[in-house]
Design a binder for this molecule. Structure first.
Ligand code: ADP
Ligand code: MG
Length: 370
């Protein structure tokens, strides 16, 4: 268990917008109890979502467009903060700090030129929210030779670690990342591959929907074994941890390059769901063979078909939702960033070098004072 020193200022806000690009989750977090006391979700306006998606790939006039998008993300985050304070009857002076993730548009860790870019104008957010903002939480780990991801395993350990049991926590966002909470106290973690980003893109292209609710469309198709094998042949899936990934690799162009003409769209969706389940289950079995419990969180934990497949592939492990343990699936990541802001404020490292591959423990983030 990570120890949490009691502080006067125990309230933090965590703001997360992940690779799904579905919008912003904000939580008010009581660090003394590791408990969320308020949650707001706001979808991105379609124009901002489209622009953020476009900025994931090289394009014209990127510096200017990225600056405008970073401003828009900050305004969206500030709006979520205002809604959270209002909904919970909290004054901004009561909040010790905001931990704000920003929007990842490039993730290229590794080597002397490694970097990771989360768009967010932290200065503008501090100006509008009137609360200390801790952001750019990944860059320092990358600078220290790490992947800058995943950053949530230490928080998962604090919330979900169980004595005497190997527990895995699988976050099913746009990308899937797993935390390995070994009974002997070791903590691991890495990205397993795509969770929702390909399924979301495919159903948007063919049916004009943002996501496949409950995996219902996928459930009408059948898994295409040749396509599944071609997708699983991606070298990323064979990399040992530490490893992390993003839309840089897993985008519809990656899928298109491996598709055979004439594949029925519903069968492709079934195959993409199977890819998510198989890549996560295979990695989990390889890295934590004795996992007794798998706790799922993120929006993909609402996909009944995906949860069913994970349960079938991981026989021997109990698969449950984080909601069953008191933390709803769309609040876990945002709470983790509130917790990372607390780490920064208390000058405690936020990364786990065994997870990210960084040269050592590092204080994560940069501060824009209120
Ligand atoms: N009822 C549902 N059924 C299936 N998938 C869902 C459902 N609700 C949310 N999702 C998926 O979860 C995604 C959002 O998950 P989230 O954890 O916010 O990801 P990210 O952190 O990448 O933003 C959506 O894009 C969608 O794919
Ligand atoms: Mg999201």
């Amino acid at each position: 268990m990570a120890s949490l020193r009691p502080t006067d200022a125990r309230l933090y806000i965590g703001l997360m917008s992940g690779t799904s690009l579905d919008g912003i989750d904000g939580v008010l977090f009581d660090a003394s109890r590791l408990a969320v006391t308020g949650h707001v979700h706001t979808p991105f306006l379609p124009a901002l979502r489209d622009e953020l998606l476009a900025l994931n790939t090289p394009g014209d006039n990127e510096l200017h467009r990225a600056a405008l998008a970073a401003n828009a993300v900050a305004r969206g985050y500030a709006d979520v903060v205002a809604q959270l304070l209002e909904a919970t009857g909290t004054r901004r002076e009561q909040v010790a700090a905001i931990g704000a993730h920003g929007q990842t548009v490039r993730h290229r860790p590794g080597g002397i030129d490694g970097y990771t870019t989360q768009l967010l104008n932290g200065a503008l957010l501090a100006e509008q929210a009137g609360i200390d903002v801790v952001c750019d939480l990944r860059s320092r780990d990358v600078a220290a030779g790490g992947q800058g991801a995943p950053l949530v395993p230490a928080f998962h350990r604090a919330c979900f670690g169980l004595a005497g049991q190997d527990v895995a926590v699988l976050n099913l966002g746009g990308i899937a990342n797993v935390s390995l909470l070994f009974a002997d106290g070791r903590t691991g973690g890495f990205d397993t591959g795509p969770a929702n980003c390909l399924m979301d893109g495919w159903i948007a292209r063919h049916r004009g929907l943002a996501f496949d609710a409950d995996g219902a469309w996928a459930a009408t198709g059948r898994v295409l074994p040749d396509l599944l094998a071609a997708l699983l042949a991606e070298p990323f899936f064979a990399l040992p941890p530490p490893r992390s990934t993003g839309r840089d690799l897993f985008h519809l162009g990656w899928l298109d390059a491996r598709l055979t003409p004439g594949a029925a769209p519903a069968d492709v969706q079934a195959t993409l769901l199977e890819l998510t389940a198989r890549s996560a289950a295979d990695a989990l079995r390889a890295q934590m063979p004795a996992a007794a419990t798998l706790i799922a969180c993120g929006g993909g934990a609402r996909n009944g078909r995906l949860m069913q497949r994970l349960g079938e592939l991981l026989r021997g492990a109990r698969v449950k939702s984080s909601a069953a343990l008191g933390l709803p699936v769309d609040q876990v990541e945002a709470a983790a960033f509130a917790w990372l802001a607390q780490c920064f404020k208390e000058k405690r490292p936020g990364n786990l070098p065994a997870v990210t591959g960084a040269a050592g423990l590092r204080l994560l983030g940069c501060l824009y004072p209120a």
